[in-house]
Design a protein around this ligand. Structure first.
Ligand code: GAL
Length: 340
């Protein structure tokens, strides 16, 4: 290559590097846009519906129902995404997939997966709602069980262990709560008792050991957070995929007594079209944020279902979901800000 050729070659490399950085930078998201499409690192809308978030060291892992188009209909899938800032998410693959565990028929479901990190056993334990039709019983949600899978790393792969009814009870929507002392709880909705359980997991997290409380309110999409020494529980009414006014209650102890349930947002907004799934606490150097993680379902085009993530106004026994608008978070300081 002559001198001119070398110069041209270097210039081409320079241009390529510039373009690469520029597009790379353009992909860096600096905000969370509730209810909009939320592209992952590959530009695909995040598929982590009914999800849960697990923090390992400084990385957040978001697990959820994989509902992209073109999946093999014999399987149900759980996706995983990772992020260090909660705004940019990298697709880590479908970390779990399984076939119909018990002849539940074509419409069987795997919903609301949650992953617990067991520090003692160094395992990652996935809980999920497994449901479908049971012969001789009505409806597609009569199996009412949880499924459990185990993995050696947050990105799996996870191996299926079994399905069961926690504490012998019917279990539909599940939620996850880790207390400040590290104790792990499964929240599960139980139709016959018209309420939801907050139940402690066994030491290896592979079983549900005992009820701490049954909150006698017919609510699903259950989530709990502890903030400034007070427990806050939220849930949504039993209206299937349709949004409704989600509600919250508080208690000084997980075992209760729990206060009366109150709306988290103006009831006529039906929780701004969303349904509760999780509450994520981000403890920073300057403040603590609690993020409402919810789904805006599109039952006929599930792959296009959206997420409503918003920082909650929380404290002194009150919890309020502000009107959705673009916002950002600094996970180091815990500070959140709306973007005008
Ligand atoms: C909702 C529930 C979803 C899904 C749906 C099916 O109430 O929260 O996870 O089970 O019903 O109708």
């Amino acid at each position: 290559m002559n001198h001119k050729g070398k110069c041209l070659f270097r210039f081409a490399i320079f241009l390529f590097a510039l373009l690469y950085t520029a597009t790379g930078m353009a992909q860096q998201r600096k905000s969370i846009l509730p209810r909009e499409l939320w592209p992952d690192d590959k530009g695909n809308h995040i598929q982590a519906h009914g999800g849960g978030i697990t923090k390992v060291k400084d990385t957040y892992y978001w697990y959820g129902e994989e509902r992209r188009q073109g999946l093999d209909s014999n399987y149900r899938y759980v996706s995983c995404y990772s992020s260090k800032d909660l705004m940019n998410w990298k697709f880590r693959g479908d970390v779990f997939k399984m076939t119909d565990p018990d002849s539940l028929g074509k419409k069987w479901v795997l919903e609301r997966p949650k992953v617990y990190h067991n520090i003692k056993t160094r395992k990652y334990i996935m809980y999920m709602h497994i449901d479908g039709q049971v012969k001789g019983q009505k409806g597609n949600y009569s199996y009412a069980r949880v499924g459990v899978a185990i993995g050696d790393s947050p990105t799996g792969p996870f191996n299926f262990i079994r399905t069961f009814r926690p504490l012998g009870q019917e279990s539909r929507d599940i939620g996850q709560f880790i207390d400040d002392d590290g104790s792990a709880y499964l929240i599960f909705e139980d139709r016959p008792v018209k309420g939801f359980h907050i139940a402690k997991l066994s030491e290896d997290y592979l079983d549900v050991e005992k009820d701490i409380c049954i909150i006698k309110a017919p609510l699903e999409g259950g989530a709990v957070v502890k903030y400034n020494g007070l427990y806050y529980a939220i849930g949504s009414a039993l209206t299937s995929w349709n949004p409704n006014p989600n509600k919250y209650a508080t208690a000084k102890s997980l075992a209760g007594p729990w206060s009366e349930f109150e709306d988290i947002a103006p009831p006529e907004t039906n929780t701004y079209g969303s349904q509760s799934t999780f509450m994520l606490k981000v403890v920073g150097t300057k403040s603590t944020a609690v993020i409402f993680v919810a789904d805006k379902w599109k039952p006929r085009t599930q792959w296009d279902s959206r997420y409503l993530w918003m920082p909650l106004e929380i404290g002194d026994g009150k919890l309020r979901l502000p009107e959705p608008k673009p916002w950002r978070i600094n996970v180091k300081t815990g500070e959140t800000a709306f973007i005008k």
